[in-house]
Design a protein around this ligand. Structure first.
Ligand code: ATP
Ligand code: MG
Length: 604
């Protein structure tokens, strides 16, 4: 096996490119590995830690109240009043106009105490649902912490949600308070008649003269409050937040997580994000999604890390400028963003320095090997893919810094996590065989309930002894896990089972393809054929020759049965608001079937 081990950081056009050797046997199997990490990682020896680690040990890293009570917000913020981090920057907030505001841990402590007192004054109690519908402004972070301090259940909502997405979540959760701003408030006002449980609206930076009954200006509420607050002595099993899944495969599910989750947030932020004292860390995910809440707030703050929040929209140059301006060292983003950055080209990368970066991570969708290879070329660093779900509440499988990265693989299960690939009876299959990705229950951040839906919750545990993820995967001889597709997305063509991810990854390796979504299309002869929808890269236009060249390229990369017989060029692919390709919509459109729940669709 060829190891690429380029010493030091070699960003730039001359950076060593990882070599690629492809195994002719199994489509998608690549022998390429990248062994490169610029600093000594927090988790130094995966094998020995995996063999000896027990979650009981991790409990010592958190601060507990007497009687084994644990509050996630206390651990994220309050404890830093006593560990020397009081004056450290907790939040670098860049607003939509590019103004920078800094908040120390003491600032966040005092502001969240004030907000917690204000919520108490409104009568918010333990267990009440308080939702936050704000862009990435400091009040979003402060409110989320404050809600947890009161022992209420926080519900972050993505600011781009339309009325249907909002109604679904607010109705389902029975939220009694919503915190929003003047730009977003009309969306709530428009559906207020459908929200009988909603009692109060708190408006950040609003025109006070426009407020109606039961509406409060954030400043008025908090400014008169004390900056001291006794955090609720929550039990480990008390709910912390209610997060809705992305809606990629159907209607979003309301996943209930508890204060015990912070144990998992803390350890994974340490091991996988590899946060250290002098890091400046940017998680590009919005706290409306699980990644933005867990790894944008609780996990890094529990480790006392400085977090960046950027209110602006995606744009390659602006993003790189955030990195240079704040000297971001650790950067956690998503495949869609990385594919868009790749599409924006290399020049914009080299116009910026990006010298501060030392660790890049990705989650949310499969990360195409081509993107990892491109990352090596332009950033001089491997992108560390990791796998988890809203339901799992923390990273479970990851390319941990001390391990070699295998482009296209999600990595290995974290210490304390037992993941496996099983058949329909729950029996583990041998290495290299496709099956269902499952995990042994018992990690600290596992979902506790699906809000008001016991039946759905039970489905996750339908294979006895396992948590059933709904994803398909296979494991290689070295113990690395490889994502194949959602269980429902796997294509059965002429007796072969083909995952959409491997075909999509082969497609985006072609210079003309910027993005690809692949489905199985019913076919009399073959059961299903592979159909690909592609978005072309800038400068390419569709022609029969081009499509033939893409088809030929895919055929060369994959086994003969796994190439797309049909390729259709589209201007864009349907995506969830969190940026995931919605293959179920491509399929429904192709077959003229009902589209189901589309409230998560990006531009509805
Ligand atoms: P819904 O459950 O509503 O259909 P969703 O599954 O997309 O939406 P999330 O919880 O946000 O909601 O996403 C988890 C899913 O994202 C995983 O089950 C997996 O399919 C995909 N995913 C996450 N990380 C990775 C990764 N590193 N590689 C491949 N797929 C990933
Ligand atoms: Mg899911």
């Amino acid at each position: 096996m060829k190891v690429v081990d380029s010493p030091g950081k070699s960003k730039g056009k001359n950076a060593e490119e990882p070599s690629l050797e492809q195994d002719g046997q199994t489509p998608g199997v690549r022998k390429e590995i990248i062994k490169k990490f610029p600093v000594s990682p927090n988790l130094q020896n995966y094998e020995s830690e995996y063999a000896s680690f027990d979650w009981q040990d991790a409990r010592k890293e958190l601060t507990w109240f007497t009687g084994s009570k644990l509050n996630a917000a206390y651990n994220a913020v309050d404890r830093h009043m006593h560990d020397g981090k009081r004056n450290k920057v907790a939040l670098y907030a860049i607003d939509a106009k590019n103004n920078l505001e800094k908040f120390t841990f003491q600032d966040i402590y005092e502001e969240s105490n004030r907000m917690a007192n204000a919520l108490k004054e409104l009568g918010v109690k333990k267990g009440d649902r308080v939702f936050v519908f704000l862009p990435r402004v400091p009040e979003l972070y402060i409110s989320t912490v404050a809600i947890a301090k009161v022992g209420a259940i926080a519900g972050p909502l993505f600011s781009a949600f339309g009325p249907d997405a909002l109604r679904d979540r607010l109705q389902d959760s029975g939220a009694i308070v919503i915190i929003t701003n003047p730009e977003l408030k009309p969306k709530i006002d428009g559906i207020m008649h459908d929200l009988p449980d909603l009692q109060y609206t708190i408006v950040v930076d609003g025109d006070k003269s426009k407020l109606k009954d039961r509406e409060y200006a954030y400043d008025d509420l908090v400014s008169k409050q004390s900056d001291k607050f006794e955090c609720e002595r929550t039990d480990v099993e008390d709910p912390l937040y209610l997060l809705y899944t992305s809606g990629t495969t159907g209607k979003p599910k309301g996943v209930v997580h508890v204060h015990n989750d912070i144990i998992g947030h803390h350890m994974t932020s340490k091991w996988v994000l590899d946060l250290k004292d002098d890091d400046v860390y940017w998680c590009t995910a919005d706290p409306g999604w699980v990644t933005g809440t867990v790894y944008g707030i609780f996990g890094p703050w529990s480790n006392g890390a400085s977090v960046v929040s950027y209110e602006g929209r995606f744009d390659a140059d602006s993003w790189y400028k955030v990195i240079d301006r704040l000297k971001v060292t650790v950067w956690y983003t998503a495949p869609t963003a990385l594919r868009m950055l790749m599409k924006a080209g290399d020049d914009v990368v080299f116009r910026n320095s990006l010298e501060s970066l030392r660790h890049i991570l990705s989650v949310g969708e499969p990360l195409n090997p081509e993107v990892v290879r491109w990352g090596m070329k332009v950033y001089g660093l491997p992108i560390h893919d990791n796998w988890w779900q809203t339901e799992t509440g923390m990273q479970l499988i990851a390319n941990i810094p001390c391990m070699s990265v295998k482009p296209g693989s999600m990595g290995k299960p974290l210490p304390g996590v037992y993941a496996a690939v099983v058949d329909d009876d729950g029996e583990e299959v041998e290495a290299g065989k496709l099956g269902r990705l499952v995990v042994k229950p018992g990690w600290p951040s596992m979902l506790r309930r699906i809000w008001r839906n016991k039946e759905k919750f039970d489905e996750y545990f339908k294979i006895p002894g396992w948590y059933f993820s709904g994803d398909n995967a296979w494991k290689d001889e070295d113990g690395y896990f490889w994502f194949v597709g959602r269980a429902d997305d796997v294509i059965n063509t002429a007796g072969h089972r083909v995952g959409p991810f491997e075909v999509e990854s082969a497609l985006v390796e072609h210079e003309a393809v910027a993005e690809a979504g692949v489905i199985g299309k019913p076919d009399k002869e073959r059961g299903e054929i592979i159909k690909a929808f592609v978005v072309l890269a800038n400068g390419f236009s569709a022609s029969d020759e081009l499509l033939e060249s893409i088809r030929e390229h895919t055929k060369r990369q994959l086994a003969a049965h796994a190439y797309p017989r049909e390729i259709e060029v589209k201007d864009s692919l349907p995506k969830t608001r969190s940026g995931k390709i919605m293959r179920r919509l491509l399929k429904a459109w192709e077959l003229g079937l009902p589209t189901g729940d589309t409230s998560s669709l990006e531009d509805d």
